[in-house]
Design a protein around this ligand. Structure first.
Ligand code: FAD
Length: 361
């Protein structure tokens, strides 16, 4: 498939996702029909099959425009699924390649209740056993984790952080904590690990100089939300007529300025995300920093565009019968997800001022 075909396919799925997004948000239910559609679609293996980081990001923004919760679980599935490439045993690489291609679902179980933004620095200790380590602990906010068959997870193993691709077996129990303000369909639950085996053969040999889908993708989820909010605002401004002259809202200058600002923010976020994706494609040394900065710009654009669209729509936008209040709630999650804009500013500010601390973990 060409890049243009992949983007067209993403538009088709985005429309399907948008039809069910309000229901899944209201019911806090997993977008299963989206999962079933995407595992049959070439989108699911596009990155594995060599799509550029730019195309991957654009696909993710289109899907997130339809349902940002789905965009989030799909990103976690992609980032965790493709981690199989870092397994040392070629037979296991072949096994997981087949699993991923047949549509097995993967989750990212890295965040610990105590680690917060430092999700790459596990605190929980695993104990050495024959053939690997065993972990008793908990991982928090595992998007799509209930549905996942396999998880990427981490623990301190013999004093060092270890990352593993494991089966989600019976030693892992889901605790329902997910009753959040937004991103409700991600069902990002707490997972309890009870003496879970982390096999040595499943330990990932991660190369920190190589891109990772989750860090590359997060900005694009916010871009999808910012696009959805602007699309809503333009439609509503044309549709709503105000008494006494029955003139469209769109004729008011502040509305024109408001949608112009939305477009400027969106283009700034897209431009930064594209620059960061192209730097990632070229493996420019500064791509990780550009990804962090692009996420800040996109997170802030999504929050600003969705709240501006809510202001434009007034009380009608405040009702659940319109999607805008969901866009606002979903947009608010972007800056909370690691790394937060505060973490990025802390790192970048110190770097620029010659007070360089360690990169965020
Ligand atoms: C919708 C959603 C889905 C998620 N999905 C997953 C998933 O699938 N898998 C997964 O592993 N995790 C997931 N997460 C977790 C997420 O990525 C973050 O790791 C987590 O939200 C951050 O931890 P915390 O909220 O405990 O924040 P903390 O790290 O405790 O931060 C608290 C506050 O301190 C600030 N802060 C922290 N460190 C610094 C610093 N160095 N400088 C300045 N300020 C700082 C933060 O900005 C924040 O304001 C998800 C989160 C959300 C909201």
């Amino acid at each position: 498939m060409t890049d243009a075909d992949l983007l067209k396919e993403a538009e088709r799925l985005s429309a399907l996702l948008a039809e069910q997004a309000a229901r899944h948000d209201r019911e806090t239910s997993f977008p299963e029909e989206g999962r079933e559609a995407i595992i049959r679609s070439p989108l699911n293996t596009a990155l594995l099959d060599g799509a550029s980081w730019l195309t991957f990001g654009q696909i993710l923004a289109i899907l997130s425009r339809g349902d940002a919760s789905f965009g989030t679980v799909w990103l976690m599935h992609q980032g965790s699924g493709i981690a199989f490439l870092a397994l040392p045993d070629p037979a296991l690489v072949a096994f997981f390649n087949a699993e991923f291609r047949r549509g097995a679902w993967f989750g990212n179980a890295l965040g610990e209740p105590t680690s917060g933004n430092q999700f790459l620095v596990p605190q929980q200790q695993a104990r050495r056993v024959e053939g690997g380590w065993r972990l008793s602990g908990a991982k928090r906010f595992v998007s799509g984790g209930e549905r996942a068959q396999y998880l990427v997870t981490s623990a301190v193993c013999d004093g060092q952080p270890g990352f593993f691709l494991i089966d989600k077996d019976d030693s892992i129990r889901v605790e329902e904590i997910w009753d959040p303000m937004g991103m409700r369909a991600t069902r990002s639950q707490l997972l309890h690990f009870q003496d879970t085996l982390l096999p040595e053969s499943r330990r990932l040999k991660l190369d920190p100089t190589q891109p990772n889908a989750i860090a590359a993708g997060l900005a694009w989820i916010s871009i999808g939300i910012a696009e959805a909010a602007m699309g809503f605002a333009i439609g509503y401004a044309k549709e709503r007529r105000l008494p006494p002259e029955n003139r469209p809202l769109a004729e008011m200058q502040w509305i024109q300025f408001s949608v112009a600002d939305m477009s400027i923010r969106l283009e700034a976020a897209r431009s930064f995300a594209m620059r960061s994706a192209m730097a990632t494609d070229r493996r420019d040394p500064d791509f990780p920093l550009l990804q962090m900065q692009a996420k800040v710009v996109a997170n802030e654009a999504a929050v600003a565009n969705s709240t501006a669209a809510l202001e434009l729509a007034g009380g009608s936008g405040y009702l659940r019968s319109r999607p805008i209040e969901r866009y606002v709630r979903d947009a608010m999650s972007g800056p909370l997800m690691a790394w937060s804009p505060a973490v990025t500013r802390d790192f970048l500010g110190k770097l620029l001022l010659g007070l360089q601390g360690p990169p965020p973990g």
